[in-house]
Design a protein around this ligand. Structure first.
Ligand code: NDP
Length: 386
């Protein structure tokens, strides 16, 4: 039997910030990886360019209005072109796919990730919302199917890297580092008139719009706390957040002997993407190197939970459990969308999320269907928030 030499990669959300950086990584390692699946929401132009360049087995577009044109454009190349959410769930099952990098935004990532796990495909997980919404169910399913979930989020990749060779040594605590975003140090009265253009300017990272707003409001760190619980099987009280404005230390693990391990480097998502895809190997890279000359001092401070209420709400959702993180996530997706449409202010995003957490039906032991129902109910509730 022929032994497969290369890893077949499906990228869900290949036209986004993580998706395009993943393709940059794969392009540098043609001897290690093949690009099997690319997908986009609406950006058919970029998807087409990517398909012409990487010649995947299949592409999927969510936007129906662009499907026929894309199909015609890729016909000669022999690239299969599919439409919609169901197709997303089917392409990840293809034999040629070994690992699925999930870089969709929000709740949309849940279904295809579950489909990929059911099909026995390993997951490189960027779409943190999947674990926020249904972490218990997804990690249990992955363990039943013998599927590994490799973190792509830089903080979780850092923890994963710190745990290499330590798998039998219990974690005492982890510290997730947070840059603090563009509004670190500001108080609520300075934030009420913030415009989206200001919130979309992250000091250290270039990312998609949703996660950039989440970073400014500290909801991103809250989502990461919940993600970390499920990825590393932690108790809630084992997870702490420390603000580190330089984003050089990506996170820290403290072991039971008191020793702490941190992973550091310049903020560049290509490194955690490559580590997730190449694991357990560290593939050679030409990414810019850190220099101590550029960073004489690294700073650390406590997060301001009074001003940035989202982080506290996320800790509360984690503590409450059940479908509460799903409510938090869905409300936050609506809040961010409304903020980006100038319908609500920066601080009102937290009001909207809190309102949903106090209003939407709580379920202690949700099924998968309960998560879908909770997501829909929370969106309906939050859409009419003014
Ligand atoms: P982007 O908005 O840049 O990209 C999202 C991708 O998903 C695009 O390809 C988009 O298509 C596609 N997409 C969005 N919605 C849908 C949908 N409903 N159906 C099908 N496709 C869809 O996001 P990011 O790359 O910034 O983030 C992706 C995920 O990774 C998020 O969960 C984020 O939290 C996480 N993450 C991101 C980091 C970063 O540095 N960007 C760092 C760590 C985690 P189209 O382009 O056509 O709209």
């Amino acid at each position: 039997m022929e032994v497969k030499q290369k890893t077949g990669v499906a990228i869900l959300g290949s036209t986004g910030s993580i998706g395009t950086q993943t393709l940059e990584v794969l392009e540098k390692h043609p001897d290690r990886f093949t690009v099997e699946v690319l997908t986009a929401g609406r950006n058919a132009k970029l998807l087409k360019e990517q398909a012409l360049k990487f010649k995947p087995n299949a592409v999927v577009i969510a936007d129906e209005s662009q499907y026929e044109e894309l199909k015609d454009a890729l016909w000669d190349l022999g690239v299969k072109v599919y439409l919609g959410e169901e197709a997303l769930c089917q392409v990840v099952e293809m034999d040629e796919v070994d690992i699925v990098l999930t870089a969709l935004v929000g709740f949309a990532g849940l279904k295809p990730t579950i489909a990929a796990i059911n099909a026995g495909k390993h997951i490189a997980l960027a779409n943190k919302e999947t674990l926020v919404v249904a972490g218990e169910l997804v990690t249990k399913l992955a363990s039943e199917k013998g599927v590994n979930i490799y973190p792509v989020d830089s903080e979780h990749s850092a923890i994963f890297q710190c745990l290499a060779g330590e798998f039998h040594n219990p974690i005492e605590k982890i510290y997730l580092t947070a840059s603090g975003g563009p509004f670190r140090g500001r108080k609520a009265d300075e934030l009420k008139d913030i415009k989206k253009e200001q919130a979309l300017k992250h000091p250290n990272w270039e990312m998609g719009a949703k996660i950039t707003i989440d970073s400014a409001s500290l909801m991103n760190k809250g989502l990461e706390v919940i993600e970390a619980k499920w990825l590393f099987n932690l108790k809630n009280e084992q997870i702490d957040v420390i603000v580190h404005p330089e984003s050089i230390i990506h996170s820290i693990v403290q072991f039971e002997d008191g020793s702490m391990k941190a992973q550091m480097g310049l903020p560049d998502m290509k490194l955690p993407i490559q580590y997730a895809l190449g694991y357990p190997e560290r593939l050679k890279s030409d990414f810019p190197r850190f220099s101590f000359k550029d960073f004489r001092t690294l700073n650390f401070e406590d997060p301001d939970l009074v001003t940035f209420r989202n982080l506290g709400l996320a800790f509360e959702a984690l503590e409450t459990g059940g479908n509460m993180p799903c409510i938090l996530n869905a409300a936050n997706e609506i809040a961010v969308a409304k903020f980006l449409k100038d319908e609500i202010g920066f601080l009102e995003m937290s009001d909207l999320v809190e309102n949903a957490m106090r209003s939407v039906n709580f379920i202690q032991n949700p099924t998968l269907q309960d998560y879908f129902d909770t997501d829909a109910a929370t969106r309906a509730h939050s859409e009419i928030f003014v």
